[in-house]
Design a protein around this ligand. Structure first.
Ligand code: FDA
Length: 396
């Protein structure tokens, strides 16, 4: 006889634990199953070990989705301030690093402990949360109004099933496309998943920048209609750094990534410099804003190594344009092995933005990264995990 719960949550990551804790404190008996040996693996390595747990600038326009409106309701009902209040209640100290990104002063382990403590607190509210790791799920069926889950020869059942198994980014941490398979099996569509927040690779001929591997510079990077002013990093295989990770979510194969190396410079800056400082050279001028080796490499590429006084204005104008719009054509990305998240996922067309439940099967919920909602770099993805987990929990 399968043992019964009010809800079964698949995945003990950010969204699943949040959902279980909130539902448990609403008096529900919740079972959480995960195939990994411990809960919250991605949380533990997030934010360089300090977990960038939210972003105070959270707004729907910082998320990608085939339906940009879908995330609105959940993000409005459970905000960054709500999660910060929870962090404060647990006595976890934090700091804003940059651009509204909040990190633990201590370690990401504090956020996993917070979530597990919230699950344990269910008992005081008449609920119960049982988190079971090391459970490889072998079967999920729906019959007679019940979801029946089998793992390790054991059977459980509940009228509600919450799928919080994330996306396939970083498979070595136990990430899978399980949610997509399950969604398809229950008649939901899946928006083609792709690696996002991921370093981009460059073909051989563009790898003159390989000599610059390890050098970072503040730039404005653009792919399609999306632009980000942050640091770009040259790697031995291509481009990385926050500006590149951000545009990678918008980049499509065949498109260029355009880099403005001097986003602060106005039109005509180089021609003006020739008049003000005729004996100056381009490498020295660029090195005022960029790392020296990068300045030299760019000037060399432009064929402008000598003093400005000897250069025609037309040549300098062309150099200004090139430096403001240097085109790289990536031949791919580092893929799921290095992608911080997966864009695409369970199509929002079949889900309720209020409850995250399938419209045709209201007991079946999808939350977190499994859903076709992907945040920018900077704490947005965790905020989506908290908000979507909280929203589903209200319906359990
Ligand atoms: P999550 O991946 O957290 O959890 C899914 C769970 O399901 C896992 O425990 C997994 O083991 C389990 N599972 C998967 N398949 C299963 C199966 N078949 N059966 C049973 N269980 C299964 N975001 C952010 O906002 N700030 C940050 O600082 C970072 N930093 C960061 C660093 C790195 C290196 C990575 C890879 C990612 C980040 N992220 C991030 C992204 C963030 O980690 C991610 O968006 C959330 O963890 C998504 O939460 P979910 O709960 O949806 O999935």
């Amino acid at each position: 006889m399968p043992s019964s719960h009010d809800a079964i949550v698949l995945g003990a990551g950010a969204a699943g634990l949040m959902c279980a804790g909130v539902a448990g404190q609403r008096g529900r008996r919740v079972l959480v199953l995960d195939h990994a040996e411990r809960p919250g693996n991605k949380i533990l390595i997030s934010g360089g070990g300090r977990c960038n747990f939210t972003n105070i600038a959270t707004a729907p326009d910082r998320f990608l989705s085939a339906n940009p409106h879908f995330a609105r309701s959940a993000l409005a009902r459970y905000t960054a301030a709500d999660f910060v209040a929870l962090v404060d209640r647990h006595g976890i100290t934090w700091h804003e690093k940059t651009l509204g990104q909040l990190f633990c002063d201590g370690s990401a382990r504090q956020i996993v402990d917070l979530l597990l403590d919230e699950c344990a607190a269910a008992g005081a509210h008449g609920g119960q949360v049982d988190v079971q790791c090391g459970q490889a799920i072998t079967d999920v069926i729906h019959a007679d109004g019940m979801f029946r889950v089998t793992a390790g020869g054991q059977h459980w059942q509940a009228p509600a099933l919450v799928v919080a198994t994330g996306g396939p980014s970083i498979p070595k941490l136990g990430a899978t496309g399980f949610a997509y398979d399950l969604a398809r099996r229950f008649g939901l569509k899946v928006v083609e998943p792709r690696p996002a927040l991921v370093p981009l690779t460059l073909p051989g001929e563009e790898l003159m920048f390989r000599q610059l591997s390890g050098i970072a510079a503040p730039v404005a990077a653009t792919a399609g209609k999306a632009s980000f002013r942050e640091a770009a990093l040259f790697t031995h295989r291509g481009l990385s750094g926050p500006a590149i990770l951000q545009v990678s979510s918008y980049w499509r194969r065949g498109q260029p990534v355009v880099i403005d190396f001097l986003p602060e410079a106005g039109t005509g800056w180089l021609r003006q410099a020739k008049r003000d400082m005729p004996r100056q050279t381009l490498p020295r001028l660029l090195a005022r804003h960029l790392p020296e080796r990068l300045a030299e490499a760019l000037a060399e590429r432009l064929g402008l190594g000598g003093e400005l006084v000897g250069m025609a204005d037309a040549k300098l104008a062309a150099a200004e344009d090139r430096l403001a719009g240097w085109r790289f054509t990536p031949n791919g990305s580092e893929g799921y092995a290095k992608a911080e998240v997966t864009a695409g996922g369970v199509a929002t067309t079949g889900l309720s933005g209020q409850t995250m439940a399938a419209r045709h099967l209201p007991g079946l919920h999808f939350i977190g990264e499994a859903v076709d909602v992907t945040g920018w770099l900077g704490g947005y993805n965790f905020q989506w995990a908290w908000a979507s987990g909280w929203a589903a929990a209200q319906a359990l």
